[in-house]
Write a new protein. Structure first.
Length: 168
């Protein structure tokens, strides 16, 4: 997955709209499904927990289906990109200890993977206005740049391929 620049304002606007739509759909859908089930299958004891739970599950499945169906829609472009980027970074972070050790030993795939991880994290944190850990990321980037200079390498996040992680 290649890193691309996205419009922060458009991303935030679309994210907020999707969140609001999901919350509203969840509330209305849960109540509607549960009330229909309660009307069709009343419980004399007055406990309708199982119908309420069924309403939540059905509504969540419908919301997930709708989001997946419209995944390729232009409105969802930035949201899907960020979601996929988060998944890619999670895969890298799961192997971070091995990657850092291999990078110190001069493994090119590890160095490129770390470069991609740092660049992707920087982009995500800027999109979410999460500047608290940017200083820590800057320190790690300097360490990575030092290793790259030590091994006479020029690191580019665009060279990253998920297959590089298979060796770790």
């Amino acid at each position: 997955m290649q890193l691309i620049e996205i419009n922060k304002e458009r991303y935030r606007k679309h994210l907020n709209q999707v969140i609001i739509a999901c919350i509203a759909s969840l509330v209305v859908g849960c109540l509607a499904v549960a009330q229909i089930l309660i009307a069709l299958f009343p419980d004399e004891s007055g406990s309708h927990f199982h119908w309420n739970l069924t309403g939540v599950i059905v509504t969540c499945l419908v919301i997930a289906w709708v989001l997946n169906k419209y995944r390729q829609h232009e409105f969802m472009t930035e949201l899907v990109y960020v979601w996929e980027l988060k998944q890619a970074l999670t895969k890298i972070n799961r192997k971070m200890l091995k990657l850092e050790a291999a990078a110190k030993a001069g493994d090119v795939n590890a160095l490129i993977s770390l470069q991609y991880c740092y660049a992707g994290s920087r982009q995500l944190w800027k999109l979410d206005d999460n500047t608290i850990v940017m200083d820590e990321l800057a320190v790690k980037q300097v360490e990575l740049d030092t290793l790259a200079n030590q091994y006479n390498l020029t690191l580019n996040a665009e060279d990253y391929d998920p297959a590089m992680l298979q060796g770790f």
